[in-house]
Design a protein around this ligand. Structure first.
Ligand code: RI2
Length: 318
């Protein structure tokens, strides 16, 4: 680990990502780009080498926060890969420009995929959601803005109940919301026209890594012939999976699942808290991106086109 100076705002962003105050794959990536921009603009490095070392250290600090959402390493790769120049000022200018460009791309991609996802929705449709995904919300919002009348069945999403964020945002749009516990999803799927979920990472075989509970929802929805749509901008595609790497699933603290008092009451047990699961491509009907809609099996073509075999880790020390 380098001892290079990390800007306090990079440290604050890293802590906020780790504690999930900043969360959601797209939001995490934009926050990381903003943090790198701040590191670049306020760096007091006197040599080009010192500046690069600082930026790499900042990226490494951001990278170690959460392991699953690939949007984070994709952001770091994008910005550090465009850090160019022989002088501090040249490096600063190119890094700031790349960070700004990345954030704009994420925002534009989200708007564009929203327009694609909205094409699937018809007047009177009911959508079921899991967790909280800004890419999913973008699809629903775009349809709503076209005057399409929708209603939503929102899964609570244990353990952190992020379904509550979705419920509040849909309600603010004026969409009727029914909140259910996760275990009730099967009971309500017959009333649902589409299941919309987000993604933290998408593997080369089209498998979708998303909030824990996505897989069982997809399996049950397939059994009922209810289409499962994944809304995910291309920054969620994981190029490392092209060369056989697997996506690491984050395990979070047991305190999200059980209180200390409850734990003591029960006695000696093991508690496990995986934050994500893997939904195989056979349960996914479509992946909606800013480049259009893809069957999961063909996402590998888009991945190759956009990323090649690029799996560089420029935040690691040379
Ligand atoms: P957007 C979230 O993970 C959820 O799993 C959600 O589906 C995914 O990120 C994508 O979110 P977490 O950070 O990028 O809440 O669509 O653990 O906002």
């Amino acid at each position: 680990m380098t001892t290079a100076e990390i800007h306090p705002e990079v440290e604050a962003t890293a802590e906020a990502i780790a504690s999930m105050e900043i969360r959601g794959a797209a939001t995490i990536a934009s926050a990381a780009a903003d943090a790198l921009r701040r590191q670049a603009s306020q760096s007091e490095a006197t040599t080009a080498e010192e500046f690069q070392t600082q930026l790499r250290a900042a990226a490494q600090r951001l990278h170690e926060t959460r392991p699953t959402a690939v949007s984070l390493p994709n952001c770091l790769r994008y910005v550090l890969g465009r850090m160019e120049g022989e002088t501090v000022e040249a490096l600063r200018t190119s890094t700031i420009a790349a960070a700004r460009e990345f954030s704009t791309r994420v925002q534009t991609a989200q708007d564009d995929l929203g327009a694609v996802g909205a094409n699937r929705l018809r007047d009177g449709d009911t959508v079921m959601t899991h967790c909280h995904s800004t890419d999913v919300l973008s699809c629903i919002k775009a349809a709503h803005e076209r005057g399409i009348e929708l209603s939503a069945i929102v899964k609570e999403t244990r353990p952190r109940k992020q379904g509550h964020i979705t419920a509040a945002e849909l309600r603010d749009l004026g969409i009727p919301v029914t909140l259910i516990i996760d275990g009730a999803a099967g009971r309500y799927l017959d009333e649902v026209d589409h299941v919309f979920v987000g993604a933290d990472s998408i593997a080369a075989d089209g498998a979708v890594i998303n909030k824990i509970g996505t897989r069982s929802l997809a399996v049950t929805a397939r059994e009922r012939d209810t289409p499962i749509v994944v809304a995910a901008q291309t920054v969620k595609l994981d190029p490392a999976t092209l060369s056989g790497h697997t996506v690491e699933i984050e395990y979070r603290d047991e305190s999200e699942v059980i209180s200390e008092a409850e734990r003591e009451e029960i006695g000696e047990i093991t508690v496990r808290n995986p934050a994500f699961d893997v939904t195989p491509p056979r349960y996914v009907d479509a992946i909606v991106t800013e480049r259009g809609q893809f069957p999961p099996e063909s996402i590998v073509t888009l991945m190759r086109e956009l990323f090649g075999e690029q799996t560089a880790t420029p935040w690691e020390e040379e």
